[in-house]
Design a protein around this ligand. Structure first.
Ligand code: CMP
Length: 140
């Protein structure tokens, strides 16, 4: 297995409920290392571009509104098999379908307010990391 980097967002519902530490603890206990992290207020344009692949989906407008409804924490997580590992720790997109002990099962409020985002492939991880972080902000 390779050492990988993946991109993660602690979404507005998690930040609003002061769950950033509790969620980071899940990542670290799973062997993921936070090698970059910052708290930001996403702009409408930033959120629209980030979620551009979902532009035609009926939930796109609400998703952009939600992601700009308050601060988020954007992160780069690093570790062995980090992309798949992060997705396993997060659980299914819809918390109703998420496995016991996953972040979304334990913390998510709904399919929209599902507490975390994680890249779904190595290609998207590279694109998403570069969208929010300069190379020098990532300290391994
Ligand atoms: P995320 O991994 O950030 O990628 C797209 C997001 O759209 C997803 O998590 C969900 O929070 C959100 N979303 C809202 N409604 C839906 C839906 N019906 N199907 C899939 N994703 C949805």
């Amino acid at each position: 297995m390779a050492i990988e980097k993946t991109f993660s967002i602690l979404k507005p519902d998690a930040v609003r409920r002061n769950l950033t530490g509790a969620i980071n603890d899940r990542f670290e206990k799973a062997g993921l290392r936070i090698v970059a992290q910052k708290r930001i207020q996403m702009t409408e344009v930033q959120a629209q571009k980030f979620y551009e692949v979902h532009k035609e989906r009926p939930f796109y407008g609400d998703l952009v509104k939600f992601m700009t409804s308050g601060p988020v924490v954007v992160q780069v997580l690093m570790g062995e098999d980090a992309i798949a590992k992060n997705r396993k720790v997060m659980g299914a997109t819809n918390p109703a379908n998420a496995d016991e002990g996953t972040i979304r099962k334990d913390f998510a409020e709904s399919i929209e307010a599902n507490s975390v985002h994680g890249s779904d492939s190595a290609e998207n991880a590279a694109i998403e990391i570069a969208y929010f972080f300069a190379g020098k902000e990532i300290v391994e």
